[in-house]
Each structure stands twice: as C-alpha cells, then as structure tokens.
Design a protein. Structure first.
Length: 88
C-alpha cells in the first residue's frame, strides 16, 4: 500500500494579497513531503512544521525506484534519457 498527499503543505493559512477578500490559502513547501508505505518503518524526519528535512533525506527518484522494485519492476528499464533525444 502506498499513500501520498500534497507535498509540504503548510498547516496554517496565509494571506497572499491583503486587498482581496477571501484570498487566504496554504502554500507548498517542496523541500519536504510525507508518504505512507505498508511495512511500518519510519524513515526521515522534518522540522515541527514540515518545512525542511532534518534527518535521512530520500530523493523522490529513489522512492519511485523502491516502489517499482517491490512491484517487481526494474526501474532502470523504465528510465528514458531525455538528454539523448535533445542532443541528437
């Protein structure tokens, strides 16, 4: 089982433009995100508000490769080098 939500949503609201009524929202902080995978192991830690990674940073490419591996796929066979197409 894999569950992922929006990455790095702030827990409090912000006013983006004080002149517009009802323009409060929550911003994104792409420096950290949370995912739940079956198995119960916790990897990594963010600060209190979830803004920044404090321990055991994992790149999204490694996360995807791990999920594909568990599903029985070789992630390297599913990788397409776009730079090879651009450089001709």
């Amino acid at each position: 089982m894999v569950w992922g939500g929006e990455f790095g949503r702030t827990p409090m609201s912000e006013v983006r433009d004080s002149k517009e009524e009802g323009n409060a929202g929550r911003d994104h902080h792409p420096a950290a995100y949370s995912m739940w995978l079956a198995g119960g192991q916790v990897i990594g830690k963010t600060d209190e508000l979830g803004f920044f990674i404090e321990e055991d940073k994992i790149h999204v490419h490694d996360l995807q490769a791990t999920i594909l591996h568990v599903l029985g796929f070789d992630h390297s066979r599913l990788t397409y080098a776009i730079w090879a197409v651009i450089s001709g």
